[in-house]
Design a protein around this ligand. Structure first.
Ligand code: HEM
Length: 144
C-alpha cells in the first residue's frame, strides 16, 4: 500500500516535470506575433512553467529514492545508475540552458527572436533527456 502511494506520487511528479514543457511551444508561437508590450508577460509565463517543472523534479528524485529503498532494486542495477547520471545531467542542463535564456530576457540587448530560439532549443533537448529517463524507468534495461 505504502509502495503504491509512493509509486503514484512518483509518476504524478514525473508528469508534472514533463507535461508543462509541451505548453512552451504554443506560447512561443504566440509570442512571435505579440506586440512588444506583451512580450514581458510571455517571458513571465515561461518562467512559471519552468518553476512548475523544477517543483516536479524536486518530488521525482526523493520519491524515486524511496522506491529503490522499498523495492528489491539494488543501487548497483545498471538502469538505476544510468538514471542517476542522466538525472544529474538534466539538472546541470536545466541550469546551463534555461537560466541563460531567462537572464538574457532581462538584459538590455534583448531580441525576442533570439530568446524564442534559445527556449525552443532548450525545451527540445530537455524533452529528449526526460524521454531517456522515462524509457529507463519503463524498460529497466540491463546494460551489464
Ligand atoms: C533520481 C531519479 C529517479 C529514481 C531514483 C527513480 C526510481 C524509480 C523506481 C525504483 C521505480 C520503481 C520501479 C519498479 O519497481 O517498478 C520507478 C518507477 C517509475 N519512474 Fe522513476 N526514478 C527517478 C526519476 C524518474 C523520472 C525523471 C521519471 C520521468 C521522466 C520517472 C518515471 C517513472 C515511471 C513512469 C515509473 C513507473 C514505471 C513502472 O512502474 O514500470 N522516474 N522509478
Amino acid at each position: 500500500m505504502l509502495y503504491t502511494i509512493i509509486l503514484y506520487t512518483h509518476i504524478l511528479s514525473a508528469i508534472v516535470s514533463m507535461g508543462p514543457l509541451f505548453a512552451i511551444f504554443p506560447l512561443l508561437n504566440r509570442m512571435k506575433d505579440a506586440p512588444s508590450e506583451q512580450v514581458g508577460g510571455y517571458v513571465q509565463s515561461i518562467q512559471g512553467i519552468l518553476r512548475a517543472i523544477a517543483n516536479g523534479g524536486h518530488v521525482v528524485v526523493p520519491s524515486g529514492l524511496l522506491l529503490i529503498w522499498f523495492s528489491g532494486w539494488s543501487w548497483k542495477t545498471s538502469w538505476v545508475i544510468l538514471t542517476f547520471i542522466v538525472m544529474f545531467a538534466s539538472l546541470f542542463f536545466m541550469a546551463r540552458a534555461f537560466k541563460p535564456a531567462m537572464t538574457y530576457a532581462k538584459s538590455n540587448g534583448f531580441v525576442k527572436e533570439n530568446f524564442i530560439s534559445m527556449i525552443k532549443n532548450a525545451t527540445w533537448k530537455y524533452i529528449f533527456l526526460m524521454g531517456i529517463l522515462l524509457w529507463l524507468m519503463i524498460v529497466k534495461p540491463n546494460f551489464w
